[in-house]
Unconditional design. Structure first.
Length: 168
């Protein structure tokens, strides 16, 4: 008899636990359903029918095409000149390095030769750095001048170089 009572109590506890879990599950499902329905209703009620606004026209700006063409020609000429200057500076630096290295390898003293080689490379590196900086400054100035000229011509951005075309 005693075993039967213990078994019945165990079964009762298990049933109660299952009922609690089912009850919690039902509450969660109801909450999720109500929450989802609320969101769906909120989305439906917040959308409004499309309204049409009268189109406004901006005043037409006349772009002086020949002015823009001249500004582009000037810009391209300046960039080409900057590149030629850069190229000549690099060529001179390479020639000077070759000469300095050739001279350094005529030195018989190992320490003096090492110092001369180091100086030749250091001088070359500085010359290249200066040439790059001068080139970058010249190209930026060419683009800046172009943007100013483009605005005088009453032309919108050209889209050729997004970064440089929006300098000003």
């Amino acid at each position: 008899m005693r075993i039967k009572n213990v078994r019945q109590r165990s079964i009762k506890k298990i049933k109660n636990n299952i009922m609690k879990k089912i009850f919690i599950l039902v509450i969660l499902l109801v909450t999720l359903t109500i929450g989802t329905a609320g969101i769906a209703l909120a989305e439906k009620t917040t959308t409004s029918p499309l309204t049409t606004r009268p189109l406004t026209t901006k005043p037409t700006v006349v772009v002086n095409i020949s002015c823009v063409a001249q500004a582009i020609a000037t810009r391209e000429s300046s960039i080409e000149s900057a590149y030629n200057t850069y190229s000549n500076a690099i060529s001179s630096a390479l020639t000077a390095r070759a000469s300095s290295l050739a001279q350094a390898w005529t030195i018989t003293d190992k320490t003096a030769r090492g110092q001369a080689i180091k100086t030749a490379w250091s001088t070359y590196s500085k010359a290249v750095k200066v040439a790059k900086q001068a080139h970058n400054v010249a190209v930026k100035k060419a683009w800046s001048d172009f943007v100013t000229s483009r605005k005088v011509c009453k032309a919108p951005t050209t889209g050729e170089n997004i970064q440089a075309d929006n300098i000003n």
